[in-house]
Design a protein. Sequence first.
Length: 350
Amino acid sequence: MRCPVSTALFGFALYAASMSHATAATGAAFFEQDAFMACDNTGTCRIAAFGPLAPLMLGMLIERAAGPQTAVAVRIAMAEGAEDAPRSATVGGPQGALRLRAKGKDLGEIGRMESPGEDLALPDRYVPALIEALAAGNRVELVDGTGHAWPLSEHGAGPLLLKMDEVQGRLHTQGALVRNGAQPESTVPSAVPTPSLKAPPLLVETREDDGLLAERADLRQLLQPVADAKDACIRASSRRLRVERVDASHVLAVLSCATERYIVPAGTWLVRDRPPFSPTLVSGAALFPLPPHAVFVEEGVATGTDTCGRTRHWAWDGARLVMSAEFVGADCVGPSHRHWQLPTYLGRMD
């Protein structure tokens, strides 16, 4: 189901402060009708904008790094509509040479999409006209060699371009995308360096007795469901514990509460593989290994306070799990708008 979004711009910051192993706050995410934006911890901002709901929709990714005199890059793709898209006769993907049309004006040929799901970089010479059209709420279309046109929604991208200027400190500067002015580009804040993280080792293989560890009553008693899951766990018919090996002496203990109809994540802890287990809460969600290195992915779900949902990557540095990346986008503006997940936090592995 499409997430309800009013015509006003909503913004919210996504933080990992409640996670004991998080090393830094993430950036921010914003959504507006048929588009959403995420700015990461370095100050780079990205907007994902889509066409009206359809089996096949035009999608655009607009990206600009922080700092003075940075250029805007745009990528174009076709996004397949999900279950919330209206059903209609099947329309194939774009054929032949593609052209971009803005405000009814043909801007010229931009290239071809040779295969389904391919992203196409918009030539730099067309970016200013595209930005001008989006900022004004004018119609933008992708037209293929047969004359078939895929429109971009006129609702969402314009306000987010203004928000991008605001977040990056560009309002009233010469390089602002929407509300430019006489202030020099030198007044724009510089980009924040990407945090340096220790590269994780290779993932250790699961041991034969790890399954027995998940059955230990003394370990289960130490793992109390996180607050958001307590009510569900009280009603649940059973609790399940899954163990994932981290290194030679540590595992992840992933608790969930199950009924015949659903499974509720109830927390993930880093524990020693023998008493004393010394559990440390990593996340209220479930984590899964992401081989071949000791990296674990946390797939969040949309909630009342986190409408977009988020996906986090946690890397093992030999002593603790450190958040190495965070993305939003799975549910920002509905299930048909998932072509891109945008980072709100990125670390650099040394």
